[in-house]
Ligand binder design. Structure first.
Ligand SMILES: NC(=O)c1ccc[n+]([C@@H]2O[C@H](COP(=O)([O-])OP(=O)(O)OC[C@H]3O[C@@H](n4cnc5c(N)ncnc54)[C@H](O)[C@@H]3O)[C@@H](O)[C@H]2O)c1
Length: 326
């Protein structure tokens, strides 16, 4: 992909989409952003501006990019304004019908060869492809927050994804400085969310069972998982701390007591499942009494940068994969 001439459409400029737009701009692409009226344009501009300032301070990003980025960004005023995109990244709400409606419409406006990467967190890509006009152009492109700072990107092949599209997705991932994880089978949740959901379910189950309260579980996870997951993955961790034989014995003992033997949603989630909400910031929280989500999101950005620097220093996986600076 030749960066400066290539245009990436980003649809949905919420929490993730605006970070994806910043990542594309920082890496030399033109971006056309498409979103709904609930996202004021000035807030999105401020977010991208701050992301690029952060990237200039934290990485070797050329300061000229931060100064001139607005010449390479525009808002789409209709779906037809996305017609000039060479690549489309979709990051609208996590709802199958909304995504399908969006794809049905956008496919009428962009050329059939334009790849579409969906940032879905949990919807199988094959399901999104089922009613598409050109199913072979769809693949999963699962980002992590903050999208412009993390190396994480999962690329998922749906049943109908063409080799050519998947290769283009991979080459875009590298052009954006990511260390893409290529996922061979299209399962809900892919890798990291699948593991995450198993953990969230077990955590909630422990609350249901009266084993520990929310704060205690958070503390344990933060103080243990929070350290080693920054340096390596579960398999390398098991090697470092006893090896697979030891883990096989422990896992066998604990398995029958895990909540995975019960497919029901833990009780702790039930009341949230029923609530009506109008978007991320109006939803209730586990820590309702101290609603400092925005402050914590900002603190997390700073933390993520420092973690990234630590990973660079201690990473036992670098000889396999090389990331870029932003
Ligand atoms: N929040 C996360 O940490 C995270 C991480 C990885 C992936 N994702 C996925 O990214 C996607 C977006 O999540 P988010 O957290 O940014 O949500 P969000 O609610 O912050 O943003 C979604 C945005 O989509 C826009 N939108 C809704 N319908 C649209 C349409 N038809 N056309 C254009 N825009 C539309 C809305 O204006 C909203 O601003 C979801 O699929 C989600 O699962 C989220």
């Amino acid at each position: 992909m030749t960066k400066n001439n290539e245009t990436i459409g980003v649809a949905g400029l919420g929490l993730l989409g605006r970070g994806i737009a910043a990542s594309c701009i920082a890496n030399g692409f033109r971006v056309i952003g498409y979103t709904q009226a609930d996202q004021p344009h000035d807030k999105i501009i401020d977010y991208i501006e701050n992301a690029l300032i952060e990237l200039t301070e934290q990485t070797k990003l050329d300061p000229e990019i931060q100064k001139n980025w607005k010449t390479r960004f525009q808002f789409a005023d209709s779906m037809n304004s996305m017609a000039s995109c060479d690549f489309l990244i979709e990051s609208i709400v996590e709802n199958l019908e909304s995504k399908r409606d969006f794809f049905n419409e956008i496919e009428k406006h962009i050329h059939k060869n334009v790849p579409i990467g969906s940032n879905t967190s949990s919807i199988p890509i094959t399901l999104l492809q089922k009613k598409a006009l050109n199913p072979e152009r769809f693949f999963g492109m699962h980002w992590a927050e903050p999208a412009y700072a993390t190396r994480f990107l999962e690329l998922i092949r749906g049943e109908y994804t063409s080799d050519d599209v998947f290769e283009k997705g991979e080459s875009l991932a590298y052009a954006l400085g990511k260390q893409p994880s290529l996922i061979k089978k299209d399962v809900p949740g892919f890798i990291v969310n699948r593991i995450g959901y198993a953990m969230y379910r077990e955590a909630a189950f422990m609350v249901d069972q009266g084993i520990a309260d929310i704060e205690t579980i958070d503390l344990s996870c933060r103080n243990a998982l929070g350290l080693w997951t920054g340096m390596c993955g579960p398999f390398q961790w098991m090697d470092i701390t006893g090896g697979p034989k030891l883990y096989a014995e422990c896992i066998e003992r604990v398995l029958p007591t895990l909540c995975s033997n019960n497919n029901k949603l833990p009780k702790l989630f039930e009341k949230f499942r029923k609530e009506k909400s109008n978007g991320l910031n109006s939803r209730s929280k586990f820590y309702e009494q101290k609603d400092n989500t925005i402050e914590l999101q900002e603190r997390y950005h700073e933390f993520a940068w420092r973690m990234k620097a630590l990973i660079d220093e201690f990473d036992p996986m670098t000889e396999k994969q090389e990331g870029s600076d932003c």
